[in-house]
Design a protein around this ligand. Structure first.
Ligand SMILES: NC(=O)c1ccc[n+]([C@@H]2O[C@H](COP(=O)([O-])OP(=O)(O)OC[C@H]3O[C@@H](n4cnc5c(N)ncnc54)[C@H](OP(=O)(O)O)[C@@H]3O)[C@@H](O)[C@H]2O)c1
Length: 397
C-alpha cells in the first residue's frame, strides 16, 4: 500500500507532489505505480510458504490482501439491525465485530458507498476501524447518486457534478472518521457530466489530501480512457464472477494495458455460487434477487448447471463452493481483488481462507472451458439498473 506521511502538513505536500506526478505519467500513457514498481522490483514476490495474513497482491497503486470485504448494509427490521440486499441480516454490533475480525484475519481492502444505507455502511465502517485499525487498511467508498445530505433520501438518479462530489466527500470523511479516502469511486457514470470534470475534481481532492486514488464502477470503456488521460484511474469495480464474465472482453484487457487494478463486485454471484440456492428457490419481495432475471423461476433451473459444476470442482479441490468461486477470480489475474459481502462470521473466515487456494494452469484451462460451455439464461440485473452500466460520459465541450 502506498503510505503517505502521517503528519498532516507534510502529508498534504507529499500528496500535492504525487498528484502532479500522476498527472504527468498519465499523459505518457503509463501507470505511475507500474513505473515505480519496475524501478524497485529487485525482490520477486512469492506467495508460497506465507501465512494467509501475509499474502499480498497489487491492485493498481495499492498492495492488499487478495480478498477484500464488501460492506453493503441497509437499515434492518429494528434500529439495531442491519440487512444486506438479499435475505441476510445481523445487528450493528455484530457487523462492527465482523469488520474488526476481518482486519484481524489480514483483510486490508474494505468496500462501501454513500448509497449503502444510505450513510449507514460508511458510519459502521468508520466506527469499526477506530482504535488504530484505520491506518492498517484501504478504505474505499463511492459517490455518484443524488442523495439528500440531511435526510438520506434519493432525490433523483445520478449526480457527479463537481460541487456535489466535493460536498459528498466532506460528509464521507466525517462518517468514516478519517482524514482521507484511500480509494474513491464514481459509483455510476453520470451521462450529463464530462468524465474530465469528474477526474479533474478528484485530482483537486487528491492535491488537498482528502482522497488518495480514484476508481470507476461499471463505466463505458471510452470513459475509462478519457478519465485516465485526465488523471490516472487506479481501480475499476465491475460485476465479475463465474456467473458473469462480461469484463473479460474489453474491460480486463484495458485494465491490463493501463495498469489499473480490478475489483469484482458480487464475486459470489449474489450468493448463487455458494451452493445455497436450488432450482426451486424463490426470493422474498425485499430480496434484490427477486427482480433479477437470471434468478427468475423460468431461468433458474437451467442456470443451476453452473452451481453443479462449482460443487463438483469444490469437492475435487477439498474446498467449499464459495472458496472455489473466489479463488477462480483471484486466479484470473494477479491484480484482481474480490470483495465478497457477508453478515456471517463463519462465512467471512471461509472466504478469507480462499486467499491461499491456487489452481494449476491445466486445472484453470479445464475449469474455464467448462464454465464457458454453460450459457447463463436471463439478464444479470433488472432493466433499469442494467441501463446505468457501460455508460459513456457526456463529451467535454
Ligand atoms: N460497485 C457496485 O456497483 C456494486 C454493486 C453490488 C455490490 N457491490 C459491492 O460488492 C460487495 C459484494 O457483493 P454482493 O454482496 O452483492 O454479492 P456476493 O458477495 O456475490 O454475495 C453475497 C451473498 O453471499 C452470501 N455469502 C457470503 N459468503 C458466503 C459463504 N462463504 N457461504 C455461503 N454464503 C455466503 C451472503 O450471505 P451471508 O450474509 O449469509 O453470508 C450474501 O447473501 C458488496 O458488499 C458491495 O460492497 C458493489
Amino acid at each position: 500500500m502506498t503510505t503517505p506521511p502521517t503528519d498532516s502538513i507534510s502529508r498534504r505536500q507529499f500528496l500535492a507532489t504525487a498528484a502532479t506526478t500522476l498527472g504527468a505519467a498519465a499523459t505518457l500513457g503509463v501507470a505511475p505505480w507500474l513505473v515505480a514498481e519496475a524501478q524497485t522490483a529487485d525482490t520477486p514476490r512469492t506467495t508460497a510458504d506465507k501465512p494467509t495474513s501475509a499474502l499480498r497482491r497489487r491492485l493498481g497503486p495499492f498492495e492488499v490482501f487478495p480478498i477484500g470485504l464488501g460492506v453493503q448494509w441497509h437499515p434492518g427490521h429494528n434500529s439495531q439491525a442491519v440487512a444486506d440486499l438479499y435475505s441476510s441480516s445481523t445487528s450493528r454490533q455484530e457487523g462492527i465485530a465482523l469488520i474488526r475480525r476481518a482486519v484481524e484475519l489480514g483483510v486490508t481492502l474494505f468496500d462501501t458507498a454513500e448509497v449503502y444505507g444510505p450513510f449507514l455502511s460508511e458510519e459502521l465502517l468508520g466506527e469499526a476501524l477506530q482504535g488504530g485499525l484505520r491506518d492498517r487498511v484501504v478504505v474505499s467508498t463511492k459517490f455518484g447518486f443524488d442523495i439528500d445530505p440531511v435526510t438520506g433520501q434519493r432525490r433523483g438518479n445520478l449526480n457527479s457534478r463537481p460541487e456535489h462530489i466535493r460536498q459528498v466527500v466532506e460528509a464521507q470523511l466525517r462518517r468514516l472518521r478519517t482524514d482521507r479516502i484511500d480509494l474513491l469511486y464514481q459509483h455510476r457514470v453520470d451521462p450529463n457530466v464530462p468524465i474530465e470534470d469528474v477526474a479533474g475534481t478528484i485530482k483537486e481532492l487528491v492535491q488537498q489530501g482528502k482522497v488518495l486514488h480514484y476508481g470507476l464502477s461499471e463505466p463505458g470503456p471510452q470513459t475509462i480512457r478519457r478519465a485516465y488521460k485526465e488523471y490516472p484511474v487506479a481501480v475499476i469495480e465491475n460485476e465479475y464472477s463465474m456467473l458473469y464474465r462480461g469484463p473479460e472482453t474489453q474491460i480486463l484487457p484495458l485494465c491490463e494495458e493501463l495498469g489499473i487494478g480490478f475489483v469484482p463486485w458480487s464475486p459470489l454471484g449474489m450468493g448463487f455460487l455458494t451452493g445455497t440456492i436450488s432450482a426451486t428457490s424463490r426470493f422474498e419481495k425485499q430480496d434484490f434477487r427477486a427482480s433479477v432475471p437470471r434468478f427468475a423461476p423460468d431461468t433458474l433451473p437451467a442456470n443451476m448447471a453452473l452451481v453443479e459444476l462449482v460443487k463438483t470442482w469444490a469437492t475435487r479441490k477439498h474446498i467449499t463452493p464459495a472458496q472455489l468461486a473466489l479463488a477462480w477470480l483471484t486466479a484470473q489475474k494477479p491484480w484482481i481483488v474480490p470483495i465478497p459481502g457477508t453478515t456471517n462470521m463463519a462465512h467471512l473466515e471461509e472466504n478469507v481462507a480462499a486467499a491461499s487456494i491456487t489452481f494449476s494452469a491445466s486445472e484453470l484451462k479445464e475449469l474455464n472451458a467448462a464454465i464457458a460451455a454453460i450459457p447463463i439464461q436471463g439478464a444479470r440485473l433488472p432493466p433499469a439498473v442494467l441501463s446505468a452500466t457501460g455508460v459513456e460520459a457526456a463529451p467535454k465541450q
